[in-house]
Design a protein around this ligand. Structure first.
Ligand code: MSP
Length: 512
């Protein structure tokens, strides 16, 4: 058995009610960058994503198209997998809540909670729109108190339903959150949960429905299907084989180290989910990170407003790493960030083309021009080199700190600070002037070696964020010293190596 430390990271499972947009990509790209970073650091990492396929909304969409819900979601799931492939998402498992293993686990979990008295039968009262066959809460209604979808009248109705006793675990949850201040990130969301939702008192949660049937049947009462959160949240353990014949992954990876979720579902992950786990007598996840949203012109990304494209269009226009870079860099820790094609172009031009692309291209170009492509450290050092080297080597601590604090955009910027520092070093050392003086040839070789080595080190970290670009850079500078530890030492790039032909990493995008 490996003695590597493990790291289990998850995204939410997405509703496949429509094809995914750049907002869904955002959550998944963050999780991917963290997973890649942890693998790079040497953790035995398991990265889970998937789809949350049941429910009335999907059932209705399928009916409208005259196909079964499963046929409906199958198409969207294939499309999602293709999208993740084009974004370079390195998940280890893609779970679907229609997977047999998941269905069986949810049924066992539901039954266990029922048998031990944590789930009981009661009556659900709600506001029902008959034409839409949907339940609404008071706060969801439109300004006239009508159905928010079709704007017709709603009626109070009640139906038999099962409830989960959240109230029983309220005290334990409060104590847990108070004594684990890092559990919810950013910390401001923890106060929101405690003060707005938990302390005022938890109501028991309705966990089954009889008004539609596209869901997991309750084994001991087949009028009912499991409703939303018990089905959805269980994915994090069913995906590891919890309660199946083979629990080896579960034993190895549970508890999760990090659940990445959007801010609007932090509530479910920090109230219902811990309580479910307490009731199942399982360890709780170590951390839940609630990220902000990508918004467009200050508002929601929305199909009905038609304010977005298929993310693959951006990928084919600007390249996968331009899209990854934008979402990872643009949104600060936990806040919302604005998405626009113009901002994406500006970022790509400013950072990827001007700073990084230019640096790599210029450096390799000079090595080719002055030394026929051969990099050799002649060790004619000046003070300015020491300053550069120290700056490059300080990157490790910065990245580790930033990543531990989930400040991904800051981590990425720290890498680009090194590239910027290298460009400044070129301006300071002026290789083209050194090249005019034969007696400065060895100094010139040292300068170019320092540049290549600085690029190598920063790019070791870049692999977690922009894997394609990092690979291209390693090929161009012709090195296999790309593991995490190799970035702690300056000077590992082998002298005498011949670099490859420079290729443009990012073309400047001209705005129409
Ligand atoms: N199925 C539930 C989650 C169950 S997890 C056990 C769900 N699905 S969702 O498809 O509506 O949203 C999934 C994730 O996508 C959420 O974390 C949500 O915040 C994220 N995003 C959806 N639109 C987004 C943006 N515009 N910006 C950033 N993230 C967005 O909720």
């Amino acid at each position: 058995m490996s003695d590597k430390k493990k790291f289990y990271i998850t995204t939410p499972i997405y509703y496949p009610s429509d094809n995914f947009h750049i907002g869904h990509c955002y959550t998944t790209i963050i999780a991917d960058a963290i997973a890649r970073y942890k693998r790079l650091e040497g953790y035995d990492t398991f990265f889970l994503t998937g789809t949350d396929e049941h429910g009335q909304k999907i059932q209705k969409k399928a009916e409208d198209k005259g196909i079964s819900p499963k046929e409906y979601v199958d198409v969207i799931v294939e499309n999602a997998k293709d999208l993740w492939k084009s974004l370079g998402i390195s998940y280890d498992k893609f779970i679907r809540t229609t997977d047999n293993e998941h269905v069986l686990a949810v049924q066992k979990i539901f039954k266990k909670l029922y048998d031990q008295g944590d789930i009981y039968k009661g009556e659900y009262k709600g506001l029902y729109c008959t034409p839409c066959e949907s339940f609404w809460t008071e706060s969801q209604l439109d300004e006239n108190g009508n159905c928010p979808d079709c704007h017709r009248e709603v009626h109070e109705v009640s139906e038999e339903a099962y409830f989960f006793k959240l109230s029983k675990y309220q005290k334990r949850l409060e104590e847990f959150l108070e004594s684990n201040p890092d559990f919810i990130q950013p910390i401001s969301r923890k106060n929101e949960m405690l003060n707005n939702f938990i302390k005022p008192g938890l109501e028991d949660l309705c966990v089954s429905r009889t008004s539609f049937d596209w869901g997991i049947p309750v084994t001991f009462d087949d009028k009912h299907v499991v409703y939303v959160w018990i089905d959805a949240l269980s994915n994090y353990i069913s995906a590891l084989g919890y309660l199946s014949e083979d629990e080896s992954l579960f034993k190895k990876y549970w508890p999760a180290d990090l659940h990445i979720v959007g801010k609007e579902i932090v509530r479910f992950h920090t109230i219902i989910w811990p309580i479910m786990l307490m009731a199942l007598d399982l360890p709780l996840p170590k951390q839940v990170f609630g990220h902000g949203w990508l918004i467009i012109n200050g508002g929601k990304i929305s199909k009905s407003l038609g304010n977005y494209k298929d993310p693959r269009e951006y990928i084919s226009l600007y390249g996968v790493d331009a899209v990854r870079y934008f979402v990872l860099r643009e949104v600060p820790f936990g806040n919302d960030g604005n998405f626009s094609e113009e901002a994406l172009i500006n970022r790509t031009n400013a950072d990827l083309a001007n700073v990084l692309g230019n640096l790599v291209n210029r450096t390799i170009g000079m090595i080719n021009k002055y030394f026929d492509g051969i990099v050799i450290d002649k060790k004619i050092n000046e003070d300015i080199d020491t300053e550069l080297i120290n700056f490059v080597l300080s990157l490790k601590d910065k990245i580790e700190d930033n990543m531990n604090n989930l400040e991904i955009s800051v981590a990425l910027d720290s890498i680009f600070e090194v590239y910027r520092r290298c460009n400044k070093y070129i301006d300071e050392t002026m290789p083209w002037i050194l090249a005019k003086d034969e007696s400065k040839k060895d100094r010139l070789a040292t300068v170019l070696y320092n540049l290549i080595e600085s690029i190598r080190i920063a790019t070791v970290y870049l692999q977690a964020f922009l894997p394609d670009t990092a690979k291209k850079i390693f090929t161009q500078i012709n090195t296999d010293k790309i593991d995490y530890d190799s970035a702690s030492t300056f000077g590992l790039y082998s002298g005498g190596t011949k670099v490859n032909t420079p290729e443009v990493l990012f073309k400047r995008i001209e705005k129409e």
